[in-house]
Design a protein around this ligand. Structure first.
Ligand SMILES: C[S@@+](CC[C@H](N)C(=O)[O-])C[C@H]1O[C@@H](n2cnc3c(N)ncnc32)[C@H](O)[C@@H]1O
Length: 255
């Protein structure tokens, strides 16, 4: 089975279990967004600055690996024409359920982002890509595909993990933290079959990447980097946040 299929099954399971990133917004949050009171997350805690979006009314927005009913409904409430692409059928089913509950149209596309995106060139004004590229091994083709399907002047908003989090063991107490892996972290390469099986059950197949593949990768695809922030996240939940930001977000523009 391909590693992306393994991750697809993991997200289907997490959706059934009600993982934090699979829980949709409420009707009240949808109605608030219609009144102009809204925020969305690319990373766990810091709301994305509103100026990163501009006006969304009438814009074509692609939520890339963004199923689960957290951001799609907000963009629809703001009058955007929204497509959500995700490889998890369960995450897309949640998107559909929210759309039916609130009575709006949304395009849902089941596709693996490591493959050519199933969209024409210059299709979208904005791509919203929350933390998810940690589930794919190679990033270059994703940046190239984002560039291809965006219109000139289109924006790419991306959340991603700090690669350093993969250097440490999983702990509940600060005093137990140890350095355990060199970077880059790639469970397809660095582990025995038994170790890999154990990792798959816990967290699926995740990859650390580098700042070069994240930032330079976007620049090499043709994007101009416009803005950037760090998210320390909630240190009770993400213990390494006591030491460094665990997540980053970037805004890039297609020239
Ligand atoms: C952390 S969730 C992000 C979604 C969520 N809406 C949020 O609030 O951030 C990561 C998403 O990436 C999707 N995903 C992982 N690997 C993927 C791939 N290769 N192609 C498409 N989607 C993928 C998962 O199914 C999951 O919905």
């Amino acid at each position: 089975m391909s590693y992306t299929k393994i991750n697809e099954q993991l997200w289907d399971r997490w959706s059934q279990e009600g993982d934090q990133w699979t829980r949709p917004i409420s009707s009240e949050e949808f109605q608030q967004a219609q009144q102009g009171n809204w925020h969305v997350l690319l990373t766990p805690t810091i709301p994305v600055p509103k100026e990163w979006f501009g006006s969304l009314h009438g814009k074509r927005v692609l939520g890339l690996a963004s199923g689960g009913g957290q951001q799609g409904p907000i963009f629809c409430a703001l009058g955007a024409d929204v497509t959500i692409m995700d490889q998890s059928a369960a995450q897309l089913a949640t998107e559909k359920a929210v759309a039916e509950r609130e009575g709006y149209d949304i395009e849902l596309v089941k596709a693996d982002m490591t493959q050519r995106f199933p969209f024409d060139n210059d299709s979208f004004d904005l791509i919203f890509h929350p933390v998810s590229n940690t589930y794919v091994e190679e990033l270059a083709s994703i940046w190239e595909e984002c560039y291809r399907v965006l219109r000139q002047g289109g924006r790419l908003l991306t959340g991603f993990t700090n690669p350093e989090i993969y250097m440490f063991n999983e702990v509940e107490k600060l005093e137990d933290i140890r350095l355990v892996h060199p970077l880059p972290y790639n469970p397809l390469k660095d582990f025995t079959d038994a170790e890999r099986e154990a990792i798959i059950k816990e967290e699926g197949l995740q990859f650390s990447h580098t700042m070069e593949t994240q930032i330079r990768g976007q620049l090499q695809a043709g994007f101009l980097l416009k803005d950037f922030y760090e998210d320390y996240a909630n240190a009770d939940e993400y213990i390494l946040s006591h030491y460094f930001p665990q997540f980053y977000a970037s805004l890039a523009v297609k020239l």
